[in-house]
Design a protein around this ligand. Structure first.
Ligand SMILES: [Zn+2]
Length: 200
């Protein structure tokens, strides 16, 4: 999809779904789409993504320059990913609680636990903790982004990329479900809360 009007509607819709599905609260999370060239569409800073309007969305260049408004403070993270992955057309970042629990304790998720996630995810690595919005946080994904479409941000949340925003969002949903089942599988096994084999 390249129609800018449709892309804006899509971003508003996915912002609403992020909040409805408890993947974010308050003004958490951010979304972006590559429009072409050095132009991107991004969510603004400090606005609840569940109540976004199409006119709230901002156009931004790779260096973070906007013609108006204040973009998400986490644009450096998006920029690093777009620079590293020319194939990535959209990025979805949120703080899904189950996945963020793993990020908080610095543990990777192992997609091989489930047949469905084995096919689309593989490992979901976790980055070292870094202050959101900083260059350190943006750079923390670099060791992983070439080989992974979903990454946990240490003590922070999760980021997923895709060929479009619905694909990135779907991957983020999948990461959250994997985190949930990983923990439930551990409890079902009755192993006292230790993690399944393959999960560091
Ligand atoms: Zn965040």
């Amino acid at each position: 999809m390249t129609n800018p009007v449709l892309l804006r509607r899509q971003m508003v819709d996915i912002g609403r779904r992020l909040q409805q599905q408890n993947l974010i609260v308050a003004a958490e999370g951010n979304l972006s789409v590559r429009l072409g060239g050095h132009a991107f569409l991004v969510t603004p800073s400090g606005v609840g993504k569940g109540a976004l309007r199409v006119q709230d969305l901002l156009e931004i260049d790779l260096h973070g320059r906007c013609t108006r408004g204040r973009p998400t403070s986490e644009w450096p993270l998006h920029r690093r990913i777009y620079e590293s992955r020319p194939d990535v057309m959209a990025i979805c970042h949120a703080h899904p609680p189950w996945a963020t629990a793993f990020a908080a304790i610095g543990r990777d998720l192992d997609g091989s636990l489930l047949t469905e996630t084995a096919a689309v995810l593989g490992m979901v690595p976790v980055c070292p903790r870094a202050e959101p919005g900083t260059e350190a946080a943006a750079s923390s994904v670099l060791p992983h982004i070439l080989g992974h479409d979903a990454i946990l941000l240490g003590s922070h949340g999760a980021v997923a990329v895709g060929k479009d925003l619905p694909a990135a969002f779907a991957l983020l949903e999948t990461v959250e479900r994997l985190a949930q089942v990983t923990l439930l599988a551990s409890l079902a096994r009755g192993d006292g809360g230790s993690l399944p084999p393959g999960v560091r």
